[in-house]
Write a protein that binds this ligand. Sequence first.
Ligand SMILES: [Zn+2]
Ligand SMILES: [Zn+2]
Length: 352
Amino acid sequence: MTQVIKFLSLFLLAFSMNTFAQDKQCMEVSLTGTLGGPDVYKGLAGAGTLVKVGTINNGCSDILLQFDAGRGTALRLAELDVHPNMLDAVFLTHLHSDHTVGLIDIAQTRWHSFSKKLDLVCSEDVEANGVFARVMSCEQFAIHIADAALFAGEITQRISESKKRNKNGPNDLINFMPVALPLANKPKVVWQSGEIIVTAITSSHIPGNLSYRVDSPAGSVVIGGDAGNDKLTPPRISSTSKNVELLSKDVDILVHSTIHPYIGPIYGSTFPTPIFYRQSTSTDLGALAKRANVSHLMLTHLVPAIGAEKLGPHTVPGGALSEKDYLKSTRESGYQGKIYVGKDLMTVRLLQ
Ligand SMILES: [Zn+2]
Ligand SMILES: [Zn+2]
């Protein structure tokens, strides 16, 4: 009898320990695309980061947040067993097409699959730089997200086959949540679900640029986007953003777009200097991560892509770069944390 009790006790202990392990809170950060810029290269998807939060028990999937959605995002999500319908919200750092075109596909796929509304968080309208003083408008992007399909008649044709479809088209399934600007130097809560809080801060790159931070019981992540220094040309102390540094204080993971110093003007590159200067270099990102006490630095949106000898019409000085080149230039900062040189679908999991 005593043996039976002992066995049962051990069984219950093992069961409860396993249940406890399954109930552990987790956060998963996956790169859904790592290509920098609107060009194409070797099947790499456009910029994007999926953040999942939940428990081990449910595959870390209570809440699914997508930050930016470049070319091919829906395909990369499918490789992670995530259907676009499963997303709770999409956050855009800015309106460059290498961060947004994948949202057109996501919106249409959700409409096609009778999805509920999708929260879309991005900047309110801001005046664009340039001769014609146009407005950069995330709202207009959302309103016109399926115009080609609408004007081609596809939306009407598909509605005629199924009355269940939303009659106004994919744009009607977007819950636009504009972030009022300016945010100055203080992060502001822009989205929340229970203990999962997303904050945003203004950062320099183009008008309306935002960087985001997710805090959850399992950990935290900052998505810097294409942010660079407020001072757009040297002399300056760093190419990185002061506000991204503020947002990244003690964060577990920093995901940030990266430009390699070799394609800067001092190495003889013909790459346009204004574009080079509005991004953050790998070395300066390492220094930011060191100052802000970041545990994991995920380099993404790599300019130039690993293995590419050319960047559009511009030759990469010294030939194509490798993963080691990115690691070396980041380590030169003295940063001792973990560095990940981004590849599509690379995933880091945090446990409570
Ligand atoms: Zn970009
Ligand atoms: Zn950009």
